[in-house]
Design a protein around this ligand. Sequence first.
Ligand code: SF4
Length: 106
Amino acid sequence: MSPPQDLSRRQLLRRLALGASFTPFALMSLRQAFAAQPLLAVTAPEAKAVNYVEDAKSAKGAAAGDTCANCALYQGANGSLQGPCQLFKDKDVKAAGWCSSWAGQM
Ligand code: SF4
């Protein structure tokens, strides 16, 4: 073993130790980022203002296939059942939902 390799091994071990010490914080942040928020109630005034429904099939005025999941304002992960919408702070909407502010993705 040559000294430069020992040095890089030490550096690697230090970095691994440092990374391991931050792992719980990183996991906590990830958990918070993906934690579901409370669902928007269809009876909430802000939901009623845009005719929000939890099932786009029951929406009057929704084009076939338009749902929150394919709306430009939806911020849920692909395949998620619910997720944040840029219209409603601190509330999730159903991916299968719809409202009159639906916007196509570019
Ligand atoms: Fe759903 Fe889009 Fe309306 Fe938000 S703006 S509730 S994602 S249709």
